[in-house]
Structure formats: structure tokens, C-alpha cells
Design a binder for this molecule. Structure first.
Ligand code: B4P
Length: 195
């Protein structure tokens, strides 16, 4: 399996580019954000708990997302590879993912880090908020909280993967097509070295 993590702050293009990449490389897309929003829409117990945290810009507890990813890995054992989008977002999530993959004789091939500055992140998220209906996209102070959560809890995850040479920084300030070209170049390079 060829497993990739799309990493970066909120609004850096993870969900957007994951969609482009799965179409081109025939990989399975696992987005914890999408899974949580589906639970919220269905009004499940988990969804109701997650809603309050998400709408305040905070991360949901590790055990919730780790459980969801574990279930999805079991459901996709024959996949060619997986793109993890928005997961892991904390060091305990990264450690759990390593264990889940190791127990399936698999591992993370690379972490693609979309590098975008805070001003642009805020601009993109507030712009999406005009049509997305997402409460966490509509208020600048909530976007600030999301960026703070990222800085405090998620940014250190990059250092978890860097020593093994798995972290690859991709300039993410260009438009969607420009960033996709850079991602494809990196994906093709990585896949060629794996083959
Ligand atoms: P996510 O769904 O992962 O949300 P996100 O970070 O806002 O999305 P993303 O970064 O993928 O958006 P994109 O830039 O593609 O998480 C939402 C919430 O769920 C979190 O805050 C947290 O509470 C919870 N959660 C999820 N996973 C969790 C976990 N593992 N642990 C704990 N909690 C978790 O898109 C943004 C906008 O920018 C779009 O409108 C897009 O069109 C636009 N855009 C993208 N690229 C662009 C570009 N190059 N130029 C111009 N616009 C661009």
C-alpha cells in the first residue's frame, strides 16, 4: 500500500487537493473532517458531541478520530493506498496511526505539508464560509482558534515524521491548479522511488 498524509493548517488545501489526488492516483480518501461532519448531519451521539467542539474551532478527542480511522482501515484492506486528510492532527494520533498500519504490515510513505500563511488561510476559510454552511468557517475568531489549535497541537506532528525523511514541504500559496502540479510532481517522484 502507498499511504500518504496530506498535512497543513486549516484552509491550506488538504481536502481540495485530496480530491484531485484520489482521482489521478486511484487512492482511497480518508478525511476525519468529512467523517465528523457526516456524524453531525446524521445527529448521532458522536456527532452531537463533536459539533460543539468543531463549531468552537477545537479538535475533537483523539480516541474518537482514532476509532473512526481504525474502522475505515479495516473496511479498505485491499486499497492500493490511502490519502489521510486532516489526520493525524496530534502526536498521539500519529502514534496510533503507526500502530494501526504496522498491524497491517503497512506504513506511511510520505507526509505532504501544504505551506500557506495565516492571512491566506483566513481569507480562504471566510470565503468558503459564504457558501459552505459550516459554522466553523464563518467567524474570524473561530478561524483564529482553529489556527491556534493547529499551532499548539498539530504543527508538532511534522517533527514526528521529519527524522525519518518522510516530511515534504509543498508551497501552497498558488492557485488550486498550481498547487496540484507541485503535488503531482512530488507524488510521481515518490511513487517512482517506491516501485
Ligand atoms: P477539516 O475538515 O479537516 O477542515 P479544514 O482543515 O478546514 O479543511 P481543509 O484544509 O481540508 O480545507 P481546504 O483548504 O481544502 O476539519 C474540520 C474540523 O474537524 C477541525 O477544525 C476539527 O475540529 C475537526 N477534526 C477533523 N479531523 C480531526 C482530527 N484528526 N482530530 C481532531 N479533530 C479533527 O479548503 C478551504 C477552502 O480553500 C476551500 O473553499 C477551497 O476551495 C479553498 N482553497 C483550497 N486551496 C486553494 C488555493 N490553492 N487557492 C485558493 N483557494 C483554495
Amino acid at each position: 500500500m502507498f499511504n500518504i498524509i496530506l498535512f497543513g493548517p486549516p484552509g491550506s488545501g488538504k481536502g481540495t487537493q485530496a480530491q484531485n489526488l484520489i482521482d489521478k492516483y486511484e487512492l482511497v480518501h480518508l478525511s476525519t473532517g468529512d467523517m465528523l461532519r457526516a456524524e453531525m448531519k446524521e445527529g448521532t451521539e458522536l456527532g452531537l458531541k463533536a459539533k460543539e467542539l468543531i463549531e468552537n474551532g477545537q479538535l475533537v478527542p483523539d480516541e474518537v478520530v482514532i476509532g473512526m480511522i481504525g474502522n475505515q482501515l479495516s473496511a479498505n484492506e485491499n486499497a492500493r493506498g490511502i490519502i489521510f486528510d486532516g489526520f493525524p492532527r496530534t502526536i498521539p494520533q500519529a502514534e496510533a496511526l503507526d500502530q494501526l498500519l504496522e498491524s497491517r504490515n503497512s506504513s506511511i510513505a510520505a507526509v505532504l505539508f501544504l505551506d500557506v500563511n495565516e492571512e491566506e488561510l483566513t481569507r480562504r476559510i471566510i470565503e468558503r464560509g459564504k457558501t459552505s454552511g459550516r459554522a466553523d468557517d464563518q467567524d474570524e475568531s473561530i478561524v483564529k482558534t482553529r489556527v491556534q489549535e493547529y499551532t499548539n497541537k498539530t504543527a508538532p506532528v511534522a517533527n514526528y515524521y521529519a527524522p525519518a525523511g518522510k516530511l515534504h514541504k509543498i508551497p501552497g500559496m498558488g492557485d488550486i491548479d498550481e498547487v496540484f502540479v507541485l503535488l503531482q510532481e512530488k507524488m510521481d517522484e515518490l511513487m517512482a522511488t517506491q516501485a
